[in-house]
Ligand binder design. Structure first.
Ligand SMILES: [Zn+2]
Length: 64
């Protein structure tokens, strides 16, 4: 889907697609990236998703 994370399409989501990232604790950030943390799904921000892909922040994810 085009621009699934931008524009009018996110306005009907909970909190307009925004919230507090459980890893970096940024508030009001868009949370569109689903990650496994201790067998549950958490939504993380773009920056944390990228960091996790690169092998960073694994400890922070496990600590959730
Ligand atoms: Zn984050």
């Amino acid at each position: 889907m085009a621009k699934a994370h931008r524009g009018a399409g996110i306005l009907d989501q909970v909190g307009r697609g925004r919230g507090t990232c459980p890893i970096c604790k940024r508030t009001g950030i868009k949370l569109f990236y689903e990650r496994e943390a201790n067998e549950k799904k958490v939504m993380v921000c773009k920056q944390c998703d990228a960091a996790l892909k690169n092998g960073h922040l694994q400890d922070a994810l496990k600590a959730l």
